[in-house]
Design a protein around this ligand. Sequence first.
Ligand code: B16
Ligand code: MG
Length: 211
Amino acid sequence: KNKGYIFDLDGVIVDTARFHFLAWKRTADELEFVLTPELNEKLKGVSRVDSLNKILDWAGKSVSEEEFDRLAVEKNEYYLSFVEQMTSADILPGVYQYIKLLKEIGYPVALGSASKNAPMILKKVGLYDMFDAIVDGNSVTKAKPDPEVFLIAAKKIGIEDTACVVFEDSEAGIDAANAANMTSVGLGDTGVLGNADYVFADFLEIKDNLF
Ligand code: B16
Ligand code: MG
């Protein structure tokens, strides 16, 4: 049976989730708001604009359009200062081997990320050429938990939605995969990813499980 595999980027392929957290924490500091790791879970998989809106909401602040844009640009610049240092050593454990296995079998592999920086990061860590399709924050109109990003990815690789497996580290992403009628595999904490069909700590634990 033909199957397709869709990977989230941040927190699944590379550990950029901690860079997003550090950058948003600095933005929150500026707004005199303490961004805790627990609240940060709600920002994972969420677009840049939606993330800033959530932080402003939690902080009980409203800002002008100009200030909003300035905060978003500043966050991204700070985030990119971490990303600049990344190399292939920053690929999360077992990910490269797993994608290589899929390619050897002949299964198509797609990216389904909310990040506008996704192509650049994939190139930086040397994985860009392994993907048959890349769907990122530049090509979607509706953010996770809307299934749009994964549905476009499935279409691009020519695989039926129900035959796709999605790897996600975020609550919003798991909900998006479920809404797309795909098999949802959570990477991380069962407490956070309770809606996923499966949850694993990392790809070393997934090994050659093809779902
Ligand atoms: P950017 P993913 C998401 O990527 C991140 O989880 C989320 O924290 C971030 O705000 C979002 O991308 C937008 O990223 O600011 O780089 O466009 O997990 O969907 O790969
Ligand atoms: Mg993610």
